[in-house]
Design a protein around this ligand. Sequence first.
Ligand code: ARG
Ligand code: GLU
Length: 724
Amino acid sequence: MKFLKLFLLLFVIQTQAQQGGMWIPSLLKGMNETEMKNLGMKISVQDIYDVNQSSMKDAVPHFNGGCTSEVISPKGLILTNHHCGFSQIQSHSTVDHDYLTDGFWAYKMEDELPNEGLTVTFMVKIEDVTTAVLEGTATLTNEAAKQKKIQENITALSKSLPKENWQENKIRTFFEGNQYILFVTETFTDVRLVGAPPSSIGKFGSDTDNWVWPRHTGDFSLFRIYADKNNRPAAYSKDNVPYTPKHFLPISLDGVAEDDFTLVFGYPGKTNEYLPSVAIEQIVNELNPAKIEIRDKALKVADGFMRKDNAIKIQYASKYASIANYWKKWIGETQGLKKSNAVAVKKESEKEFQQKIVKTGKEKEYGTLLADFDKNYTEIAPYAVARDYFTEVVLRNTELLSTGYKLYQLEEVYKSKGEQSFNDRKNNLIAGLADFYKNFNATVDEKVFEQLIELYATKSPKQFLPKGLVNVNAKNLASEVYTKSQLKNYAGLKQLLTGDAGTVLANLNNDPGFLLVKELADKYSKEVAPKYDELNLTITALQRTYMKAQLELNTESRIFPDANSTLRVTYGKVKGYEPKDATVYTPVTYLDGVMEKYIPGDYEFDVPAKLIDLYKTKDYGPYGENGKMPVCFIGTNHTTGGNSGSPAIDANGNLIGLNFDRVWEGTMSDIYYDPSICRNIMVDIRYVLFIMDKYAGAKNLISELKLVHPKKNKPLKNKKLKQK
Ligand code: ARG
Ligand code: GLU
């Protein structure tokens, strides 16, 4: 009997542990600590977040607003992904020093490279401010007025709440508007590039391997935070000194094994875990397929040119990667949602939810919620589809049109703000677009235009189609626009923008490219956007009530707030998976797999000669394991975009890896987390160290780190983890 109970308890813990979740670090005590310990965690939750003492959170800053990084030395050295530092690495590269191709290593601090505009932000303190933010909103019944008041309160509180003068107050909403939390932050702006492997390591596998397991990418780069003499944030100065962190992460050399506890700590950007089934149906059946088809066509055109012409390949490589990233993600997400029957599962839980409402006598408050969702989502559908076509075709994938849209906005600025603002913006555009045109090829773009306008004309909702696109011959229109529009090169653009506002606007309104954008944008902003915004506001309010109801009624399940770019903890285990019948994926990859994928000279799968030598001589130093070099591993941690660069931490609080991606079959975890196929992908920290040490010879950096062997020696005491 006792045994059975224990078994059941273990079973519950096992299954619960796999349910995903991105948790607020200051609230782990009641919510998660027991489960984390049951999964094998040896440190306490105060080691992760502590208001009074330094803790792990002091070693995990937000990297440039979109990625995560971690402090790994007492001298402010931080680690993040290669793809997070990509544009900095690129910006220092020239034909003579091509750091993207060859890598970059600062063997002395003087050689570290400053990066204008790059920021690293620490989270100092978390505090609930819900009551203050919602002050004076209870009586407001109009949703727009309510949101306006909330925004005003947030602005006022951000100014008035206590903080040091080098800090910032940021207030973010949680649980879809049911809770508001203050984050006090510190942002450092002198952040220098310290090291990066060549792209053939840091981006190995490129787009082909992106979102895919098994993976063999050494996706890391190193930076260092500099501060003023008082260890405070300061603009770049050669007198700045390396930042002394409140905490830095010790690094474990012991590696991982299946079922080991792991924790990933970082800044997940955005998830939608509490959508009603009708919204998911719309994503699966309408929105994702439309966006995928558009990008499919755009990518095929670009790929065709890139394969034939090396100059075009260089111009379009980075744009191609960024368009391909979410294209591939949406395909995986759609398939995953179908495979895991997310809609049916949600429908089932909605049935139970409806019964609970009746049982608890809450019909008046929540009784019509699901029906209201149905009604509003049905109503918003054509607007949402039209919005995606406009965004993807005009704003994102056809470059002449997206440039034209900037000029459309310029005309709007003139109408609403007058000549002075017009001139300011005009001059910014002229300066800002110089770089854009360097990587623009009108021949490529014309083909993209032809394909995407054809889609727009035939597949976007008919009622919002501008007259000029009804029964259009896309090929003829493309040839007309790309022959006559001055937007097709920088000289033409500058000419269009020469003169006073009257002249410029007259010129613009004579240009066929501009006129087409204007027709599309006018139609969109008059007939799609207002109704979309109105319905969306209603849906947002419903979503807030739905969340409140779930928090009240689903008391047996632990509910985590959707990601919102704030610091979160997710945890799980190192674990393989079975993506389909008769296919089993084990959780660790090795350098042998890099060599299996090796294609000499290929832009995705080339391997540097030095790495091949190290492989041949098995010169892995202390980083190898039984004569093999581990490269990546996967786990059940629930991550999303923004978690790139997040530390993967072991049971003892030591760094064991660096998060950089998810497996393709599991990318639907932003909407529905299925424990059987959702996995995050991490680089093994030993591969990072091996590349730094054996490949790059950066002993100077290795000597800054605190390397530990928790499994071989005794587990570290919590106290030892704290570095003052
Ligand atoms: N899929 C990862 C993420 O969403 C990595 C993207 C960068 N790598 C690439 N091959 N495009 O950011
Ligand atoms: N590569 C993603 C990023 O840049 C992380 C992968 C994911 O979406 O989980 O944040």
